[in-house]
Ligand binder design. Structure first.
Ligand code: PGA
Length: 246
């Protein structure tokens, strides 16, 4: 399976910083035969980043979306709008959306369906909190997040990626170990197979304190098909080291 390395900038960078990052990374040497590369800039810069990367192999996605196509939803952004900025991907259910903004599994499912209907690729984030992990609930939580978001969507399997991001590993400098993550990834693939009643071939990315030192270990572990990188993606040369770590 072709690996995928994604940068999640979250709420970082001014307009000027975003543009200079993109111009810098665009000229770098990346083996696109071996990997897909993707950037999730903040909404404000989505069209411009997308335009600047139009003639490159680097893909662009939105960090969030609202499920309605248009209407009186002040401050929200629809899948139609994302598509019109020529972005291909959308990140849905990131733990910061689930926990800080209290997004429910029901809302996440609506966002997934609406985005897929619009032709976007969806990267669904799942992951357990520290408390859930310590109560041995990791697999239950992951299974329920996947089933609630994706039941009945087997026809869209080729438009999906899953990012496994243990909440306790995000932005903490305390990553999972690749063997543990690999076990959860295998479980995610089994869950999808059961849910979709077929081999879904969905790529499963690991996210949570990935850096240029640990990237290679994650990418070499079975069932880890890519990385979703937050903090370490903010500087183009560090992100490039991660992209080229294998
Ligand atoms: P981090 O964030 O790499 O800063 O831990 C990952 C993410 O939240 O996608």
């Amino acid at each position: 399976m072709k690996k995928i390395i994604a940068a999640n900038w979250k709420m970082h960078k001014t307009y000027e910083e975003a543009i200079s990052y993109v111009k810098e990374i665009k000229g770098k040497n990346i083996d696109f035969e071996k990997k897909d590369v993707l950037i999730y800039p903040p909404f404000l810069y989505l069209c411009e980043v997308s335009r600047l990367l139009e003639d490159s192999n680097i893909k662009v996605g939105a960090q969030n979306v609202y499920f309605e196509k248009k209407g009186a939803f002040t401050g929200e952004i629809s899948p139609v709008m994302i598509k019109s900025c020529k972005a291909d991907y959308v990140l849905i259910g990131h733990s910061e959306r689930r926990h800080i903004f209290k997004e429910s599994d029901e809302l996440i499912r609506k966002k997934v369906i609406s985005s897929l209907e619009e032709g976007l690729r969806v990267m669904l984030c799942v992951g357990e909190t520290l408390e859930e992990r310590e109560s041995q609930l990791t697999f239950n939580v992951i299974e329920s997040q996947i089933k609630l978001a994706l039941a009945g969507l087997e026809d869209y399997a080729d438009k999906l990626e899953i990012a496994y991001e243990p909440v306790w590993a995000i932005g903490t400098g305390k990553s999972a170990n690749p063997e543990d993550a690999s076990r959860v990834h295998a479980f995610i693939k089994d869950t999808l197979k059961e849910l979709f009643k077929k081999d879904a071939n969905v790529r499963v990315l690991y996210g949570g304190s990935v850096n240029s030192q640990n990237a290679k270990d994650f990418l070499s572990a079975p069932n880890i098909d890519g990385l979703l990188v937050g903090g370490a993606s903010l500087e183009p040369n560090t992100f490039l080291e991660i992209i080229n770590a294998f």
